[in-house]
Design a protein around this ligand. Structure first.
Ligand SMILES: Cc1cc2nc3c(=O)[nH]c(=O)nc-3n(C[C@H](O)[C@H](O)[C@H](O)COP(=O)(O)OP(=O)(O)OC[C@H]3O[C@@H](n4cnc5c(N)ncnc54)[C@H](O)[C@@H]3O)c2cc1C
Length: 326
């Protein structure tokens, strides 16, 4: 069982993990990220089917806080983001929605430059070993780290921490966090959709919450739509037969597809899509006032249930550890 050590281990190379890693590395810490996924970015997911490309997780980002606005400006300058739209047709101007270029994952790839990321590697269990954390991986290897940041969705984090005695008040806060699910359909079309510019629509009623035209958006070279099931539809059908559930969403999307026919489709189920109940703090220093080595939990369940919240939470987690004993 090969074994390596690192100063700071971050579980999850999504937005929170990558944002934390950048700040920590900048401050001179040795950081290693580990992620079970093949790609980077977690819920900023992209997929290809033949010549078609899809954003099938997060669709856009909005910006409220000055540091995050500055980060978006730097991504635009680097060519990995641009403003997508700020209002639907016929509606007054809203706040800008930004997208990744060519797709949302471009931002994650940009954030990962210069970072040490162990991909397609799942953390199976976590144990305390004196003043360090001992992390067992699904490939049989193990890692020890002086400090640990975990950014997986909170129910998965609690499974990983099953053998660690967490302070009761913090455990209660963590158990209160909740998520909605989302079934995502990625469908290749034989012609353009009937969606007007900017090529996306959010629906308030029925089985669909969102439809996005990846060709108009600039993600795909050929006609391709992403359809997101509503929270209710997704919760009811998450464990159903995927292709059958996907076909139901395609049928419901027909008015927006015009005369275009679906030639091929895939379905993905996001069990933990967006948090519906978040914690008030931007991250959680679980080890505070305990004998545990430093342990911080971060992700969109802390600083707000979206792209910006995940980044802010990663920054907050890094701040907890910067300057801590090495
Ligand atoms: C369908 C959908 C649509 C969305 N739309 C929008 C939108 O339009 N705008 C917006 O702002 N936000 C949107 N969001 C939310 C946004 O994607 C998230 O808020 C954000 O990406 C969360 O980032 P994170 O780093 O907190 O978590 P994640 O991206 O989930 O990162 C956690 C990482 O941990 C890894 N991981 C988990 N367990 C383990 C383990 N045991 N071992 C190793 N690695 C592990 C995962 O692979 C993952 O990469 C959407 C989300 C979904 C799913």
């Amino acid at each position: 069982m090969p074994h390596s050590t690192t100063d700071i281990l971050i579980i999850g190379a999504g937005l929170a993990g990558l944002s934390a890693a950048n700040d920590l590395q900048q401050a001179g810490h040795q950081v290693l990220l580990v992620d079970k996924g093949r790609g980077l970015g977690g819920r900023l997911a992209g997929r290809r089917i033949g010549d078609a490309s899809f954003d099938h997780g997060a669709q856009f980002m909005t910006a409220r806080e000055p540091r995050f606005k500055a980060a978006i400006a730097s991504w635009i300058k680097a060519g990995v983001a641009e403003e997508w739209y700020s209002s639907y047709p016929g509606q007054p101007n809203g706040h800008p929605r930004y997208r990744g270029v060519p797709s949302m994952t471009a931002v994650a790839k940009y954030l990962a430059v210069g970072l040490d990321v162990l991909r397609t590697t799942r953390v199976d269990s976590i144990a305390q070993q004196q003043a360090s954390w001992l992390v067992s991986l699904d490939n049989g290897d193990s890692l020890s780290a002086k400090q640990l940041i975990i950014t997986s969705p909170v129910p998965q984090t609690l499974e990983l921490l099953a053998d660690i005695a967490l302070p009761a008040d913090k455990l209660a806060r963590l158990e209160n966090i909740a998520y909605e699910s989302c079934i995502a359909v990625m469908a290749v079309l034989d012609g353009p959709t009937a969606l007007p510019a900017p090529g996306a629509i959010a629906l308030e009623e029925g089985p669909i919450a969102w439809i996005s035209d990846n060709l108009q958006k600039g993600v795909s070279q050929v006609p391709a739509v992403t359809i997101h099931g509503s929270a209710t539809f997704s919760a009811e059908n998450l464990n159903g037969e995927r292709m059958h559930i996907g076909q139901q969403l395609i049928d419901a999307a027909a008015p927006y597809l015009g005369s275009a026919q679906v030639t091929e489709y895939q379905v993905h189920g996001w069990r933990y899509s967006k948090p519906t109940v978040v914690d008030d703090a931007p991250c959680m220093l679980v080890s505070e006032s305990t004998d545990l080595p430093p342990l911080v939990l971060a992700g969109d369940a802390f600083a707000g249930p979206r792209f910006e919240g995940a980044v802010q939470s990663g920054w907050a987690a890094a701040k907890q550890l910067i300057g801590a004993a090495r």
